[in-house]
Every structure is written in C-alpha cells, then in structure tokens.
Write a protein of this length. Structure first.
Lengths: 112, 453
C-alpha cells in the first residue's frame, strides 16, 4: 500500500548557509530498511524539483533509524540574503513527509 | 571526583525563553548552567553595536538574567558558562561584576576568554601567509575585504577548561562553539585529556543536543507534538555526564516537556552535514556510532560515541555587507483572494519597472497557499484569505527604500478587500553574508583573564 512518509517517519530540518538539511527518522526500526531503499538522493532531488538548485546528498545513520539529506542551493541564498519566508528551511522536513512510499500490507496498523 | 555532573542548557539562541535559565537553577540539582547566544548573524549585529558604543557588543539579556541568577547560583555552587560575551567579552564581564556588586555580592571569580576576535589582525595574518580564502567557494578574501564587519575564530572547550581550573564561577567567552560550552565542564570535572577522542566526542554530541535549548526536550517536536506535556513551562534539557563518557539526557521532573528517543533523535539530526565527520575544534565526532536507550521517564542514555583527532585548523567566520532587503505584506480576503493577490503583485512589478529600479531579486510568496512547500502543496482552490509577501534585494539602498513606498498605494489603487498594512512602510535592512574560512590553530592564541570581586 502507498502511504505518506508522515505515517512511518518524523524529522527535522534546518540550514547551513544556502544548504538545507533534512533529517528523516523512521518511527519504528522495521521501517528503516524501507526508507533506506526507497528514499534515495536522486528521488529527493527529483521530488523537490526547482526548489533545490544544487545537488542532493544523502547520508545514512542506521543507528538512529535515520537518513540525513543535504539540499544544496535550496534557500534563496541563505542567511539574511534570502527573500523566502522560510529562509532557514525549517518546514522542508514536513515537505518531504508529504512524499508517498510503498509499504508492504500488514506492516502498518492503527493511526499515527 | 564527582560520580556524575549535571549540565543544564539555559538558552539556545539570543532571544530564547528568558525564564528558562532561572527554571533550570531553581527546579532541581544542577552543577553547570550553559547558555548559547551566538548564531552567525549575532556576531555582526554585536559588532555593529560595538562600533557605535565601545561598551556594548555582547548579549545584554545576560546581564539582566544575572541579577536573578547570581545569588542562587552562588548559594548552590552552580557555575555558569556562556558565549554571550559576543564581540566584547571584557565589557560583558565588567557589567556582570557591576551587577554582582550592586547585589552586595562580596566574592566572585569571572573568567573571560579572549583572542577569538581577529578583525584587527586580518591584514597581518594575510601577510603571514594565511590566505583566509572562502572554504566553500575557494574565492580570495580580496573580493570582500573592504566590506568585512566581523571576523572570529571558533574556539573549543580548551580555554573554558583553563578558566574553570583557575576557579572561575562564571566563564564568559566570545566565539566559542556551542558544543564546547557543554564539553568543557566534563573535561574539567573528570580530567579528560585532550586526546581521549571518544570521551571528547561524547561530550561534543551532548553539546549538540543541548545547544538549541528546548528543541531537545519537546519543542518543535514533529514526531508527536500533541503528546508533549506543559510546553508553557518546558524544562530545557540537562546532560548528566559520567566519567566514562556515558551521558544521560534528561530534564527537571517538575517542569514541562519531554525527553524521549524521538526528541533526542530529532535534535541530533538538526543542522548536521556528513554524520561521520562532525568537526569541532575539540575533536571529530561520528554520529553513526551513537547508541541511545530510553532507561526511564525523561531519561535517555547515550553510549558508544566514537571520536577522532581534532584537525589542525580553527574555523573562522567573517561577516560582510552584501546589499539591502525589505519585506512587506498585504492580506486579501475572499472572494478570489489568491487571484487578487496575484494581480496586486503584477501591478506592483509594473510600477517598480516603470520607476527603473534595479533589484537582484523580487520574490512574491502567498502565505496560506504555498510559501512553505511550493509546488509540493496541493492546490486548495477557494481560499478564505491570502497574505501576499513581497521581498526585494538590491545593492542600491534607495531602490529598496522606494519599494517600501510602493506597497501601501496598492490598498487604494489595486484589487479590493485588502487589509493588513498597520506596520507602516517596509524599511531597508542590511544583508549580512558570511565568509567561512580556515586558519592554522597556532596563528590564533587564546587568553584567559580572571576578574575577581
């Protein structure tokens, strides 16, 4: 079944200059292999499209059931230069959690 | 040696919850209170203040807070460590000593860490072969040299440890890393050597967890924000450190908030790059080695952290003037709120163009529609209201100022049912950009000065 990442993950995002980082964390250990397989740097780059001008890098932290994404040139110049309301990329983790992922039947029960 | 040391976070940035430090001191046992004040932009703001008045240039909040904190911290033998000294740690320590005197405090030792400010030494350093080129783009410093506002090297825990050894009850620093503030008391209390990389890494990771205050104990908590008790009285995080490098993240029981695997993980992932190379002046920490266990209510034990030797360099952060921005908003109500806001934007752009004004960028966002998530946000159709937010940036201050005069006229000369212009004309503000560089550690000497009452 297809679900939004929000069902099986949480996260937090922030900035370093014009680069945004998104920490994507599986809510349970069993979901980590799913996101490690499906949520690649390429897929995240394609998903954000014109919102991210530079490359996307991905790092794995299986010990925390987490992936860390760096979105380069994503904040309109960053710092005090950016004209974006979300100049620090604080809401980008939530934007990623809108993404849909295939989860095997029976793996999710109940609500978030 | 103490069996463990409790280090409490009191502030996560300049402008944080002002009641938090006193709550940490008065709601349970702690040994240290650490307060982080310095974001990159903060240094340039402080430098600007110091240029106007040489007695300023530090976090003045800190002096107000000390009036409350000092009597209780002295009574309970709690030491305070902060980088709120900004670009003028000596003036900050003067103000704190003055406050102590006015409270009738007779004995106080304040340690001041100096030497991070290299603004006055840039030309000498360059002559000595320190290029200070941009570490991200490789550009030479000459391209921004005449616009530099502040220049500081990031010190680590070392200078604070020296101040603590000299008996400092309060340590005031300039540009010290957020993580160094928390690591220093562990090194001092447990006698950790400067090459015990795993322990230094553990203390550094604890510092990363504490450096954003309430963000580790239930604030901005995405996993389950509804479950966080009493955010109004959130308890900031506390690191309970053990001599072997194990650390328990916790908070005072009587305060609100939450410390769980999920709150700690969200903060661990905050604003990091490559997790295997978390570089500080003290060590290089590997976040992929962190082990977390929930060992009780609001108690998360962290073990297994691995570290590697520190590099030979300090990071330097310089700020420089890079033009001007201004922002303005107008609110359009139903019917056709978005369409009207878009028409207003179109009219505004024609007028700016007719005036011949040059901008590097004019950006219009529609708050309530898609300003946060752009094309990823589904179109909802009939909006009840939409806030149009327009920002401009230019090297030309007058162009930015003139933009500010073109927004209000839209109320009477644009689409209808518009409101929300009570704040007056948008004013230009300076754009401060950053120039990150590296410098050999031996080119920047720190100094610890003790002020005694």
């Amino acid at each position: 079944m297809k679900v939004q990442l929000l069902r099986i993950c949480h996260g937090r995002s922030g900035d370093k200059g014009d680069t945004a980082n998104i920490g994507l964390i599986a809510r349970e250990e069993k979901f980590y292999p799913l996101i490690e397989r499906a949520i690649t740097a390429e897929r995240v780059k394609e998903y954000f499209g014109a919102m991210v001008l530079g490359p996307v890098e991905r790092f794995e932290l299986p010990n925390l059931w987490a992936l860390n994404f760096l979105l380069h040139n994503a904040l309109g110049g960053g710092g005090t230069k950016s004209l974006k309301n979300d100049a620090q990329g604080k809401t980008l983790a939530a934007a990623l959690l809108r993404m849909e992922i295939d989860v095997p039947e029976g793996m999710i029960d109940g609500h978030v | 040696m103490k069996p463990f040391v409790r280090i409490a976070s009191g502030q996560g940035f300049w402008g944080d919850l002002l009641t938090a430090p006193m709550a940490q001191v008065s709601n349970g046992p702690i040994d240290y209170l650490v307060m982080d004040y310095l974001a990159e932009v903060t240094m340039s703001i402080m430098q600007k203040q110091k240029n106007r008045d040489p007695r300023t240039g530090y976090a003045r909040d800190l002096v107000t807070l000390m009036r409350e904190l000092l009597p209780l911290c002295i009574e309970k033998n709690i030491r305070i460590i902060t980088n709120g000294g900004g670009v003028n740690p000596l003036a900050c320590s003067d103000a704190i000593c003055e406050t102590a005197r006015s409270l009738g405090i007779r004995a106080l030792k304040v340690g001041v860490v100096l030497g991070d400010d290299i603004l006055g030494r840039i030309d000498d350093l360059q002559r000595d072969g320190h290029a200070l080129k941009n570490m991200e783009t490789g550009e030479p410093l000459s391209s921004v040299r005449d616009r530099i506002q502040s220049a500081n090297a990031y010190f680590g825990a070392g200078p604070i440890v020296e101040a603590l050894r000299q008996g400092a009850q309060i340590v005031i620093t300039g540009r010290t890393t957020d993580t160094g503030l928390t690591l220093a008391p562990m090194m001092y209390e447990f006698g950790w050597r400067q090459d015990e990389w795993d322990k230094l890494a553990a203390g550094t990771v604890a510092g990363h967890i504490l450096e954003c205050g309430g963000q580790a104990s239930g604030g901005n908590f995405m996993a389950d924000w509804r479950s966080v008790p009493d955010l109004a009285h959130i308890g900031f995080p506390i690191a309970e450190a053990y001599p072997n490098g194990e650390i328990v993240l916790t908070k005072h029981e009587s305060l609100g908030g939450l410390v769980t695997l999920q709150t700690v993980k969200e903060q661990l992932l905050y604003e990091i790059g490559n997790p295997t190379d978390y570089i500080t002046p003290d060590c290089v920490a590997d976040f992929t080695t962190i082990r977390l266990v929930q060992e009780g209510r609001d108690r998360v034990r962290m073990t297994g952290v691995k570290g590697r030797p520190a590099t030979e360099f300090y990071k330097v952060s310089m700020s420089y003037l890079d033009g001007y921005t201004a922002f303005g908003t107008l609110t359009y109500s139903w019917p056709d709120a978005l369409e009207k806001a878009q028409k207003a934007d179109e009219i505004l752009r024609v007028r700016l163009s007719d005036l011949g004004l040059k901008f590097e960028e004019v950006r219009t966002e529609y708050l309530g529609v898609n300003s946060s998530h752009g094309h990823l946000a589904p179109e909802k159709g009939d909006h009840n209201e939409v806030v149009m937010r327009v920002g401009v940036r230019s090297k030309d201050r007058e162009a930015v100022e003139r933009f500010g005069m073109e927004l209000a006229p839209l109320i009477l000369t644009g689409p209808p049912s518009v409101t929300g212009f009570a704040g007056g004309r948008p004013r230009p503000s300076e754009v401060i950009s950053y120039w990150p560089a590296l410098i050999a550690k031996n080119a920047v000497k720190h100094e610890v000065v003790m002020r005694t009452l």
